[in-house]
Design a protein around this ligand. Structure first.
Ligand code: LRH
Ligand code: MN
Length: 431
């Protein structure tokens, strides 16, 4: 029995329901923007070109240490995860890339998996290593660390795992390895901060040497959790120092949830762009800690301000500026496919709104020390409803004008519940 898939005919049929009103809204917005010498077609083309990677671990239901509430029709292996990633891509068209996590997604047949993905228009973005959990067949535990563990045998085991991720990634066509380590302590005195950082660099130098010519390694910093007193790679400064020590292939990845509340993340982004070390992002949102909530759901203005820095760099053709955009979220109470689609749309919204900013007027206001004028120029762009541009961009790329409505009308999840009998769940880490 062929697995159910949403086909283009169904998407077209659903689009016909709202196509006329969207075209009217688009023409109206076009006139408004034209008055400001902004060509709406240029923005729509930009929206169509935006590429975001979805996390393989994001298509299942997420959980916390307290509980996980799975839903019927969850993916049970990497192939079903890719089916769901391709459904997201079919409807929003901006997510042709998937970021895998090893060993959660360790493929028996990487070449076969690459073919399966390509048949669905998907390719593989950064690989993610995992030395923050112990696998059943593992010799040495990561309980007290991995790349910075006092025992060199544990460090070696962690280095070898990262090199294995690179080897798998090479067959899959990936071009980057993301290294996030949980290493840190829960008590004062538990970790010697300087020795731990030296060991991190010693281990990372070995991993760095294993990178193919055209690959990068993304260093992901995080303030805390699972370590609750000190974390070895705790902030962007430490990450930047290490990336510079390692060499040009090492860059700094910014996960939005990995900072203390109210940290000015757009400033960190501007710094890493200026220092030529911005790897890219794990986009999500949070209210308190690393909540991994849907991007743009809590602080949409912050997301806009981050894209303001990114678009400014893009328009200034800043050297080495080629950030990777990935989502890294945990969908605990929503249908993961709906959350990923909604989040991809929020990234496109922030990106297009950032292209609406009158940068000449903004620079003038900044140089003339006119803060209110500067803020008003940003708010003008942020408060412009670009939904018609996003809908037309999706439709022109063969996607859904209304991804959520089309997805729900397709009864995709209900169909998957029939195809994927519950109870045969594979425990795949946080999902
Ligand atoms: C750590 C993190 C990291 C992933 C994990 C799933 O909090 O953001 O990027 O490996 O989540
Ligand atoms: Mn992350």
């Amino acid at each position: 029995m062929m697995n159910f898939e949403i086909d283009t005919g169904f998407i077209d049929e659903q689009n016909r329901k709202t196509k006329t009103e969207v075209a009217e809204d688009y023409d109206h917005l076009a006139k408004q923007l034209h008055r400001k010498n902004i060509d709406i077609e240029n923005l729509t083309t930009k929206a169509q070109a935006l590429c975001v990677a979805v996390p393989s671990w994001g298509v299942g239901t997420g959980g916390t240490r307290f509980a996980r509430f799975p839903i019927p029709g969850e993916p049970r292996d990497i192939y079903e995860k890719l089916e769901d990633c391709s459904t997201v891509f079919k409807l929003v068209r901006s997510t042709p890339a998937v970021s895998l996590h090893i060993p959660w997604d360790k493929p028996e047949d990487p070449a076969g998996l690459r073919r399966f993905a390509r048949e669905r228009g998907l390719h593989f973005d950064a690989m993610n290593s995992n030395t923050f959990q112990d696998q059943t067949d593992q010799n040495l535990s990561y309980k007290f660390g991995s790349l910075t563990h006092p025992d060199s045998a544990v460090r070696r085991q962690a280095v070898e795992h990262n090199i294995e991720c690179i080897e798998i990634g090479k067959v899959l066509g990936s071009k980057a390895l993301t290294v996030w380590i949980a290493d840190g302590g829960n008590f004062p005195g538990q970790i010697h901060p300087r020795r731990a950082l030296e060991r991190y660099l010693e281990s990372m130098h070995v991993i760095y040497k294993a990178l193919p010519e055209n690959w990068h390694v993304f260093l992901e910093h995080k303030l805390y959790e699972p370590a609750f007193y000190s974390t070895v790679i705790n902030d962007w400064g430490t990450s930047y120092y290490c990336a510079r020590e390692l060499g040009p292939k090492a860059l700094c990845l910014v996960d939005l949830g990995h900072h203390a509340p109210n940290v000015n993340i757009e400033m960190i982004v501007a710094r890493l762009i200026q220092l030529g070390k911005l790897a890219g992002f794990h986009f999500n949102d949070s209210k308190y800690g690393d909540d991994d909530l849907d991007a743009g759901s809590i602080k949409p203005f912050q997301l806009f301000l981050i894209f303001n820095e990114l678009v400014d760099a893009e328009l200034c053709s800043v050297p080495y500026f080629d950030p990777a955009y990935m989502l890294d979220q945990s969908h605990n109470v929503t249908d993961a496919i709906e959350s990923l689609m909604m989040s991809a749309v929020e990234l496109a919204r922030a990106y297009v709104q950032a292209h609406l900013i009158d940068r000449q007027a903004l620079t003038e206001a900044q140089e003339k020390c006119d803060p209110l004028k500067a803020l008003a120029i940003l708010k003008q762009a942020f408060t412009t409803d670009v939904a018609p541009i996003l809908a037309v961009a999706r439709e022109r790329s063969g996607g859904a004008i209304d991804p959520i409505a089309t997805y729900r009308t397709s009864r995709y999840r209900e169909r998957k519940a029939e195809e994927r009998p519950a109870g045969h769940q594979v425990s795949t880490g946080i999902v």
